[in-house]
Write a protein that binds this ligand. Sequence first.
Ligand code: MG
Length: 363
Amino acid sequence: MKIKDIELFQLEIPLKKPFSTSLHTVKEARNTVVRIVADDGRAGWGEGSPTEVITGDSNASIRGYIENCLKPILLGEDPGSLEKITSLVQDSGAGNTNAKAAVEMAVYDLFGQQLGVPVYQFLGGYQNKLQTDMTVSVAGVDEMEKDARKAVEAGFPTLKLKVGKDLLEDLERVKTVRSAVGSEINIRLDANQGWQPKEAVKIIREMEELGLDIELVEQPVLAEDFAGMKYVKDNVLTPIMADESLFSPRDAIRLIKEECCDLFNIKLMKSGGLSRALMINSVAEAAGIECMLGCMLESKIAITAAAQLAGARRNITRLDLDAPLLLAENPVQGGITYQGPQIELPRVPGLGISQVENLKELR
Ligand SMILES: [Mg+2]
């Protein structure tokens, strides 16, 4: 099997409601879809979901990088030589993690189809049933309470609350949601870099004293502030998870060496795809750090790839793969299926994506 063509499309999907973090508000998912066609007629699917404020990518940069830097070196290559292809992709240049992730995904899809097994199986095959949390956008206290109740009614045992706006209000948000959903629901927080280190220690300690029972706090401080994250980790009991500070396997090694955090959040759009995500997870597992698999506003294409990885490895113990549930439409046929928070991986070869509708041709 040889790679014959790499096709690019635009995919635009409105959200059920605007999605807000401390960094930005989004009303629509605008992603780049990659379809790699092999000379035997098979096709592999991939997707890049740019979040400018985190990865610096845009749809235009994803397209440009794939067209100019990845396509020329991958045409004619055999997806069966997976290590060679992922090396070509990763060594092609710096940054551009969305473009690399999208292309790698499609290659893993073809590789799985060639082998005749689902991606999660050849990556480790640990389990094919998973459970995701549900994210609650940062908003006014009443709205967050309403959204949290809705998620619990829909059967989600774990909520991820977006905070990081303002200390007093953040505390109010968490207190209100905890009293609304009761003690049985697992609550994790994501500050998306919104706090100063000392503010983070103050508010997390207060939550601990109030018995709000927070499972973990994601990225309390600025991505570059490794010392600040270590300060927070050393001064609270609640586990601290690195997200925006963790892109590459090298970041993982540094976070481990400098003892900055207790947990990792891996996202394909940050790592540059499955190969580097696997590497980060292995480094983490060796260091005794469990990983969550998270996402950007991806459709079921990229989320299926992330879920395939999560199902493969024992050390990926938490999932934040709710993006398709935030979208008003699902243009993707095949891939994972949701039942409330339960995710089931497809049992067909590759990623299991059969068709994608509403794709806009480019140029
Ligand atoms: Mg996060």
